[in-house]
Design a binder for this molecule. Structure first.
Ligand SMILES: *[C@@H]1O[C@H](CO)[C@@H](O)[C@H](O)[C@H]1NC(C)=O
Ligand SMILES: *[C@@H]1O[C@H](CO)[C@@H](O)[C@H](O)[C@H]1NC(C)=O
Ligand SMILES: *[C@@H]1O[C@H](CO)[C@@H](O)[C@H](O)[C@H]1NC(C)=O
Ligand SMILES: *[C@@H]1O[C@H](CO)[C@@H](O)[C@H](O)[C@H]1NC(C)=O
Ligand SMILES: *[C@@H]1O[C@H](CO)[C@@H](O)[C@H](O)[C@H]1NC(C)=O
Ligand SMILES: *[C@@H]1O[C@H](CO)[C@@H](O)[C@H](O)[C@H]1NC(C)=O
Length: 459
């Protein structure tokens, strides 16, 4: 092309703008019409991932968050190095190391805010009694709260667990203010992708953002994301709602394993399902370009029982997995968490406005048995085991390890929530036929509200 001629042309600005517009529109059109392109590309990048496994792999006991001391130690130095490097690059030397009030336009200051959250560890701090909690009433928010998680609607006699907030030791964490939050999220989309604990966090954010008040103006936009109830299904795979005043969208998509799931026989209702350990959920690749904030989680479906019940068959590299080592649950989960993290880290290059958070494992508190053998969590006195978290690293070593060296932020709630055995559904669960307690899900309002306060402070 004769570049020189362009510069002598009088209407240069108009022409360039037109050309840009045409190219942009074409690109956009191609993208919208061929989400498959994204998927194919992703899959390709995906395959470059090395999947070597050490011979001696400690298999995580499913659903618990115990971490061996040695693992914690081996991770901490890596993190320190990463912090140092980032600080050297992005921080002007004169800036004080103590984080100050976040600037108004912080949303677009990717570099700065990422260094800020590295400097200050939101997961280190203490629970404090606070009469201004909860952030919405458990008698309200009927529009967004599932009845099964509304403890105020059960026979539970004590609600002291509602009256606490988390105070990070070294970070400034402004009070959650719903109008400020929605203004900050103007024209933006927040997506939660994960298991039922992710759904709890989604419902919590809906309640926090509405203050639990009736909000008939909020629009169900699930159809925009294909989140509709299909014939025969109990419910859709997710939900999406838009706040019309600020054009903020909050959505949740159920992906308990963060794997791509593909039925092996699309005409058979009882078909086995290929669970691609090394491919992100198709929903995520398809809609990633529409998200501004993405919050992932996984954890409690990585056990043999869930896999069998869901008819999930592990696949790696597009083929049924035959590697016995990968087949071990802890290793399969590790492979997936690392794969998702690596895939998203690559995607961030082409999605500069996107912020990705990986929420760490939500702890369970079954005592004297497991979920199906009469385990319970009857304590209703808050913080019997102390109110502080002083450790530097996360108690969720898998997630922490997978995020090391990526631009994905850790939303580390494991140790914080570990102190809150008093705040589960416990025996007041309205769900299930088993004579047992729910020491996995949390009462709402409750602990997932704190997760969202930590999230909002870091967006
Ligand atoms: C990280 O820092 C520690 C000391 O703080 C050092 O021993 C180690 O070699 C560093 N690792 C890397 C990868 O730079
Ligand atoms: C609403 O937000 C979306 C981004 O989520 C944007 O594409 C759209 O233009 C906005 N609509 C209006 C009416 O501002
Ligand atoms: C798929 O399922 C249908 C209905 O059960 C069955 O008739 C068909 O043979 C299956 N196809 C394959 C390739 O297994
Ligand atoms: C998890 O996978 C990563 C990447 O393959 C590997 O480096 C790490 O050692 C694995 N961790 C465990 C506990 O298996
Ligand atoms: C409290 O701490 C003790 C000792 O570490 C532990 O055995 C117990 O399970 C903890 N209780 C809760 C509710 O976490
Ligand atoms: C159900 O739980 C209650 C209280 O934990 C116990 O007393 C009762 O025996 C249990 N019933 C069955 C059928 O296990």
């Amino acid at each position: 092309m004769k570049v020189g001629n362009w510069y002598s042309f009088r209407g240069i600005h108009v022409s360039l703008a037109l050309v840009a517009l045409v190219i942009f529109t074409t690109l956009l059109w191609t993208w919208e019409n061929n989400p498959i392109i994204t998927t194919l590309r992703s899959t390709q990048e995906w395959y470059h991932m090395p999947s070597e496994f050490p011979v001696e792999v400690p298999v995580e006991s499913v659903g618990t968050t115990k971490v061996k001391k040695s693992e914690e130690k081996s991770i901490a130095p890596i993190k320190e190095n990463r912090t140092k490097v980032e600080l050297d690059i992005v921080r002007p030397p004169a800036v004080d190391s103590i984080p100050t009030e976040s600037p108004k336009n912080q949303y677009n200051q990717d570099v700065r805010s990422s260094s800020r959250s590295e400097v200050c560890n939101f997961a280190k701090g203490r629970w404090l009694a606070d009469s201004r909690r909860p952030l919405y009433s458990g008698f309200g928010c009927k529009q967004w709260l599932s009845a099964m998680w509304s403890c105020r609607m059960t026979q539970r006699p004590d609600f002291s667990f509602e009256g606490y907030r988390w105070r990070p030791e070294n970070c400034d964490m402004p009070e959650f203010d719903r109008s400020a939050f929605l203004r900050k999220m103007q024209d933006k989309t927040i997506a939660f992708i994960g298991d039922s604990l992710g759904r709890q966090q989604f419902q919590s954010l809906m309640c926090m953002s509405t203050g639990g008040e009736e909000s008939p103006e909020i629009v169900n936009v699930g159809w925009e994301y294909g989140l509709v109830k299909h014939r025969g299904a109990i419910r859709p795979d997710g939900w999406a709602y838009r706040f019309p005043k600020t054009n903020t969208t909050i959505l949740y998509y159920w992906s308990a394993s963060l794997c791509d799931l593909q039925p092996l026989n699309s005409t058979d209702k009882n078909t086995d399902i290929a669970m691609h350990l090394d491919r992100p959920p198709a929903f995520m690749s398809q809609f990633l370009h529409r998200f501004d904030v993405l919050v992932l989680n996984t954890g409690h479906h990585w056990n043999r029982g869930k896999l069998t019940a869901n008819r999930w068959i592990m696949h790696v590299d597009g083929k049924p997995n035959e590697d016995q080592k990968i087949a071990e649950m802890g290793n399969a989960k590790n492979l997936t968490v690392y794969s998702v993290a690596r895939w998203l880290d690559l995607q961030l290059v082409s999605h500069p406005r996107l912020k990705v958070f990986f929420r760490t494992m939500s702890p369970r508190h079954f005592f004297n048995g497991d979920w199906n053998t009469g385990g319970s969590c009857d304590n209703m006195v808050p913080l019997l085991n102390g109110s502080e978290v002083m450790q530097e690293g996360s108690s969720d070593s898998t997630t922490e390890g997978a995020l090391t060296g990526t631009k994905i932020k850790i939303l580390d709630i494991t140790a914080i929530s570990q102190l809150r055995d008093d705040a589960h559904m416990s025996r007041y669960t309205t769900r299930g036929t088993l004579n047992s307690s729910d020491c996995l899900h949390w009462c709402l309002p409750g602990i997932p509200d704190t997760w969202n306060e930590l999230l909002v402070a870091q967006i």
